[in-house]
Write a protein that binds this ligand. Sequence first.
Ligand code: CA
Length: 247
Amino acid sequence: MGLQVLLVEDDAVLADGLTRALQAQGMQVALARDGLAADQMLQGNVPDHPAPDVAVLDIGLPGIDGFEVVRRLRTRGAAIPVLLLTARDAVEDRVRGLETGADDYLVKPFATAELIARIRALARRHAPKPAILALGGLSLDSATRRARVGERALELSVREWGVLEYLLQHAGRVVSKQQIIDAILGWDEDLTRNAVEVYVSRLRLKLDGAGVAIRTIRGFGYLLEADPAGASSTPPAIPPATPSATR
Ligand code: CA
């Protein structure tokens, strides 16, 4: 699957030319011809348009301009990389674009090859990172929900997973029992602080040899930190089988 690019450009000739050029590079192009249409597509409100990997936005657009589209996008907390196209060779436009939350800009006229290179660079820089949390010998893969200590798979209950994931997300910081409870519970569930203590003590047993420690901060909560002293020493190498003596 090629990169999904949202191209927002009101100049029909330029839009068609760019669409063809990007498609020739194996990219999937969705086209919006004004700012409001772009805003809708970036909100995922348009069926049959997958969320784009990169948005290429003209600044001068009918309806709302490119700056406003970016401003709304960032206000929603969306992290999609944005490249602005400006016809104006004005420094203020570029500064304003970057301050609004755009990641890059190109001044018209530009070479199509440069646009393609910039799109690829933005997509690379923003590629989602694997959701793996790690500390010491412990690693948690949130995508597959697998936990390991070194090569050893760790069997965790759903609640134990929740507690450990929260501690690991906040490794090196003190978290309260209430914070843990709030993080792992649904709105209709109930969990006591004593239960958290039970999960933590089970986790401590399971994390033996992981090179991490869950410290109790008396009267407050817990702190997960690396503990090199707690790492299991490298298991002794299995000696090569000695050839059995001939009888
Ligand atoms: Ca324009």
